[in-house]
Design a binder for this molecule. Sequence first.
Ligand code: ADP
Length: 244
Amino acid sequence: MTVDWARAPIRVLVLGRPGSGKGTQGTRLARALEVPHVSTGDLLRAEIGRDGRLGRRVAEHVAAGRLVPDELVDAILRNRLDEPDAITAGFVLDGYPRSIPQAVTLERMLLPAQVTVAVELMVSEREARQRLRARFVCVECGQPQGLRGRDDGAGSGPDPGCARCGGELRRRADDDPGVVARRFAEFTHSTKPLLDWLDRRGRLVSVDAERPPDDVTRAVLAAVGPVVAAVGGPAFLAESELTA
Ligand code: ADP
């Protein structure tokens, strides 16, 4: 039987420590697979931006570098995954699950469907710390950019402005070095056991993400491609579809 890949939902998880490049690689992978990119970090920041009661509760946890309590994240995620595009096409999910209990919740949310594959982006703590120190986000268009050498976030010359739209660049509040330490600890405590759990179930592919972004993208595709093809996804993904 020939499966029309556009009709076979593909559900990919992207995991990795803060600073591993989940957002960048998740966006590219979603574009290549023609599925929505769903980021719990982005969904939570949007909730914070609405500044309602829920947003204020979420903000307290994010600002401290703690995981947001499951009952809040789960509800926000469920609403997104219930939208028609995610149901029919699938998704690349970045930022969830971050713990074994969240993985169990996701399995229940998707039943009877299953996650197709989980990708781990591997970077050392040292490299991730340097990336987060140098990460600034445009207040106008939200584009993140790395500004190595300007890593104290102030007093290092004029703000060069967003490379895309010229907007002002600011550091995300939770990229403050003190908060980053807490986020790394949360990764070790909650997400590392989840990676082992996924690996034991044969669902995990790991990619060396301590390389230039385009090289990582190629490696992600090489790792994900065969699994996706096996469930009716595209057998071949052109390199050009993955970058830019
Ligand atoms: P990173 O992966 O680099 O920490 P994200 O943008 O994915 O960045 O997440 C930012 C913050 O949002 C996290 O530090 C955490 O407070 C919260 N968050 C995101 N996803 C989850 C989740 N699945 N469960 C609980 N909290 C989450």
